[in-house]
Design a protein around this ligand. Structure first.
Ligand code: ADP
Ligand code: MG
Length: 687
C-alpha cells in the first residue's frame, strides 16, 4: 500500500482552518515545528529543534537516530507524557496543548499503548496484573479485566506465564508482557521506544513479528530503534539528528489487507470497586514489608491503646465513685469545725462560741424540719485487744441515727440505742475486718474487747460494706459518742455532725437552715463548715475528669507522633516507588488515582494500628489500670469484686479508632499528594 508523503510544512497554513481539519481526519498524528528545551540550571539542552511530521492512521513508522538525537523526547511528546516547549501537536485533529492533566491521562489510557526499552513492569506484581493495569484506570470491572488481560497475553503467546512475576521471565517474555499491557485497552496507537534494545536478536525478532501482526490488525505503530533491520519492519523510516528530522523515506515493503480497528465498550466498575482493588494492592504492598509496617504503626497502636485504656480507667473510676456515693448515704450534709483564718479573727472569736457540741445536734433536731436524721461523730485511732490478739483501727463515737444515715446493716446482734448513749455504756458494734482479725471464726457477740484499758462488750456485727475513699466501713468500731467523750477525749467537742435531709430537694434548704441556726448558736462566730455529699462527689469527679483529660492529651500526642511516623514512611515509600508511579501514570492513571492509592495505604497503616491498639487498650485497661488504681493513684481505691474494674466503653473504641483513621488520612495526604503530582517522565527516568 503506497502513500504519498507530504512534508508537514506544506500544510501548515491550511491547518489553521477548521474546515481543513475535517478534511484531514486520516492525519492521526500531526506535529508542527515542535521544539523541546530542557533547562538544567544554567545549561539549556535543546533536545528537539523544530520537528514537523504527519502520521496517518494505520501507518507503521520507525524513527531512527543516534543516541541523544531526541528520539525519546519526541516519543514522550507523541505519547502525551510531556508537552512541547513550542510548536503544536494535533491528535486526531485535536490540539493537545489545551488538554488538562486528566484529559491527557485519558488519552494515554484509551488511545495510546506505550512499550519501553526497559519494559517498565511492576516488579511485585504478576504478569496478568501488570497487563490489567491500564484497564484498572479506565474503570473496567475486575472480571472483565482478567479476561481481557488473558486475551492480550494470549495474543503475545504468553498465556502460560500469566501468574509469573517479571523476575521469573526472560527479557523477551517481559517485553511481550509489556506489549500485552499496551494492547489490552485496544488503543489505536502503539508507541515503542527501542523495544528490542535490551533483547537478544532472536527475542527481538519475535517482538518485531508481533508488531507486524498488530500493524496488520490496523494499529498505528511508531517505533524508535537503532537497528536498521528492525527499522525495515516498518513501512516508513524517519531519521532524526540533533533534534531535527533529516530524512523521511518509504521502505519497500507493503502491508496488504488492514482490518479496521474494532472498539468495544468495556463494562465499567464502580468507585467502590476501584477502592476495593486499591485496598488489595495497598495491603499487598504493606505485607511485603511487615517489620516496617509494624514499626510504623507502633505510634498509632500506642496512641489508640492509651486512649482506650485511660478512658476505660477513667470510666471505671467514675462508676466506682457513683456506687460509693450510694454507700455513703444520700442527701447527707456534714458539718465540720473550722479554725479562724487569722490572728485577728481568732482574737475576735475567743470565748464567744462553744464550738460543735451535742447542743447543736439537739437544736438541729428540734428546729430544722428538713432534717431527718442527725448524728455526731467523734473519731480516734486506737489499738483494740481481744485475748492475746490486737488490731489498730478507727473508733467512731456516734449515736443511733448514724446507722440510717450511712445505710449500715447488722449481720448479727443489735445497734446501740438511746439508753446506751445516755448511760455512756461500754458497748460496741464492730466491722467485718475486726471480726476476721480478732475472733478467728468465733461468734463475737457478748465477748469483751479492750480499747484503751476499757472493756467494751460487743453487741453487734456490721455486714461487709467495703471502703469509700479513705473510709473503710469494715475496719471500724462504733461506740456511743458519750462513752467516747467520757472515756477517750474528755471534752464535749464533736468532730463532725451528719445530717440527712428528708428528700434530695430539701438538701439545699437544709444547708441554708443549718448555716443560720449554727451561726446563731455559735454567737455569730463562723467556726464551722458545711459540706454536702454532692459537693464531695463533684470534687472527686472533677479530679477524675482532669486526670482523664490529661491522659487523653498524652494519648492524642502519641497518635500525633504515630501520624508523623506514617507520613515519614509514606514519603519514603513514594520515593522508593517513583518508577512505579511513573508506570501507572504512563498507562493512564490520573492524579486522583495515585492520590487515592497512597491514601488507602496510609489509611490501612492507621487501621492496622488502630485494631492492634484496641487489643492493646483492653490489656492496658485491665492490667495497668488496676495497678494504677491499686496504688491509690486514682483517688478512690477499687473495692473487691467486679465493681471497680476499668470499663472500656464502645464510644472510647470508636473515638480512638476514628481518630486513628483520620490521622492516617491526614498525615497520608501530603505524601499522597506529592506522589500524585510527580511528572510521569521524570518518574520513569528515576533510578
Ligand atoms: P534519545 O532517546 O534519542 O537517545 P533523548 O530524547 O533521550 O535522546 O535525549 C535528547 C537530549 O535531551 C539528550 O541530550 C538528553 O541528555 C536530553 N534530555 C532528555 N531528557 C532530559 C531531561 N529530562 N532533562 C535534561 N536533559 C534531557
Ligand atoms: Mg532514548
Amino acid at each position: 500500500m503506497l502513500r504519498r508523503l507530504t512534508a508537514a510544512k506544506d500544510n501548515t497554513r491550511d491547518r489553521r482552518h477548521n474546515k481543513e481539519n475535517v478534511l484531514n481526519m486520516t492525519d492521526l498524528i500531526r506535529i508542527e515545528n515542535v521544539t523541546k528545551t530542557f533547562r538544567m540550571g544554567e545549561v539549556e539542552v535543546r533536545a528537539l529543534r523544530g520537528i514537523s511530521l504527519v502520521i496517518k492512521q494505520g501507518e507503521f513508522v520507525s524513527i531512527m537516530g543516534s543516541s541523544g538525537s531526541g528520539k525519546t523526547t519526541l516519543m514522550d511528546i507523541l505519547g502525551c507524557l510531556s508537552k512541547p516547549t513550542s510548536g503544536q501537536y494535533f491528535l486526531s485533529g485535536q490540539p493537545v496543548e489545551n488538554l488538562d492533566d486528566n484529559q491527557l491521562s485519558d488519552i494515554r489510557n484509551y488511545q495510546i499503548g506505550f512499550v519501553f526499552q526497559t519494559f517498565n513492569l511492576l516488579s511485585r506484581t504478576a504478569a496478568i496484573t501488570n497487563v490489567e493495569l491500564p484497564l484498572l484506570y479506565s474503570g473496567v470491572n475486575k472480571k472483565e479485566r482478567r479476561s481481557l488481560a488473558r486475551q492480550a497475553l494470549q495474543a503475545v503467546g504468553l498465556e502460560h506465564r500469566a501468574n509469573h512475576f517479571p523476575n521469573e521471565l526472560s527479557g523477551g517474555e517481559r517485553q511481550r508482557v509489556a506489549i500485552a499491557r499496551a494492547l489490552v485497552g485496544n488503543p489505536q496507537i502503539i508507541l515503542a521506544d527501542e523495544p528490542t534494545g535490551n533483547l537478544d536478536s532472536a527475542s527481538g525478532k519475535e517482538i518485531m513479528e508481533l508488531f507486524k501482526e498488530l500493524h496488520k490488525q490496523g494499529k498505528t505503530i511508531i517505533l524508535v530503534t537503532h537497528d536498521k533491520e528492525v527499522a525495515l519492519y516498518a513501512e516508513r523510516t524517519i531519521h532524526i539528528r540533533d533534534g531535527k528530522k533529516i530524512e523521511d523515506n518509504l521502505n519497500h515493503n507493503t502491508t496488504e489487507d488492514i482490518s479496521p480497528i474494532k472498539k468495544e465498550a468495556h463494562r465499567r466498575t464502580s468507585f467502590v470497586g476501584n477502592l476495593i482493588s486499591g485496598f488489595s494492592s495497598g495491603y499487598k504492598g504493606l505485607l511485603s514489608n511487615k517489620m516496617r509496617t509494624f514499626l510504623t504503626t507502633l505510634g498509632i497502636i500506642i496512641g489508640v491503646a492509651a486512649v482506650i485504656g485511660t478512658l476505660g480507667i477513667g470510666e471505671g473510676a467514675k462508676q466506682q465513685i457513683t456506687s460509693q456515693i450510694e454507700k455513703l448515704g444520700s442527701n447527707v450534709v456534714m458539718v465540720f469545725p473550722s479554725r479562724a483564718e487569722s490572728k485577728e479573727e481568732a482574737l475576735e472569736w475567743r470565748g464567744r462560741s462553744p464550738g460543735l457540741t451535742y447542743n447543736d445536734i439537739i437544736a438541729i433536731e428540734n428546729k430544722i424540719a428538713s432534717a431527718e436524721n442527725v448524728a455526731p461523730q467523734i473519731r480516734s485511732n486506737e489499738r483494740v485487744k481481744y485475748l492475746d490478739k490486737y488490731w489498730d483501727t478507727t473508733i467512731m463515737g456516734t449515736s443511733q441515727p448514724y446507722r440510717y444515715i450511712r445505710n449500715l446493716e447488722l449481720a448479727s446482734g443489735r445497734f446501740f440505742n438511746d439508753k446506751d448513749v445516755s448511760d455512756w455504756s461500754k458497748v460496741c458494734v464492730i466491722g467485718k475486718t475486726i471480726v476476721d482479725e480478732l475472733f478467728d471464726g468465733k461468734d463475737p457477740i457478748g465477748e469483751e474487747v479492750r480499747i484503751k484499758d476499757e472493756l467494751f462488750t460487743v453487741i453487734g456485727v456490721l455486714t461487709e460494706k467495703g471502703r469509700v475513699g479513705w473510709e473503710d466501713f469494715d475496719d471500724q468500731i462504733l461506740i456511743p459518742f458519750t462513752t467516747a467523750q467520757k472515756r477517750f477525749t474528755g471534752s464535749d467537742q464533736i468532730n463532725a455532725i451528719f445530717i440527712q435531709a428528708r428528700t434530695s430537694e430539701l438538701a439545699p434548704v437544709l444547708q441554708t437552715d443549718l448555716e443560720e441556726l449554727l451561726f446563731e448558736l455559735h454567737n455569730k462566730v463562723d467556726d464551722f463548715r458545711i459540706r454536702s455529699q454532692e459537693q464531695f462527689q463533684e470534687t472527686i469527679e472533677q479530679t477524675a475528669n482532669t486526670m482523664k483529660l490529661m491522659l487523653a492529651c498524652i494519648a492524642a500526642i502519641a497518635l500525633l507522633v504515630g501520624g508523623i511516623g506514617i507520613m515519614n514512611i509514606m514519603l519514603v515509600s513514594v520515593t522508593e516507588r517513583t518508577r512505579e508511579i511513573g508506570i501507572r501514570k504512563a498507562v493512564g492513571a490520573k492524579r486522583r488515582d495515585i492520590l487515592v492509592q497512597f491514601l488507602i495505604e496510609s489509611t490501612i497503616l492507621a487501621l492496622v494500628g488502630g485494631l492492634l491498639g484496641i487489643v492493646g487498650g483492653f490489656l492496658f485497661a485491665n492490667t495497668l489500670g488496676n495497678l494504677f488504681v491499686g496504688a491509690g493513684m486514682m483517688g478512690p481505691r477499687f473495692a473487691r469484686g467486679t465493681e471497680g474494674q476499668s470499663v472500656v466503653t464502645l464510644s472510647s473504641i470508636l473515638l480512638s479508632f476514628g481518630f486513628a483513621v483520620i490521622v492516617g488520612i491526614f498525615f497520608g495526604m501530603y505524601p499522597a499528594n506529592k506522589a500524585s503530582k510527580l511528572d510521569p517522565i521524570e518518574a520513569l527516568r528515576y533510578e
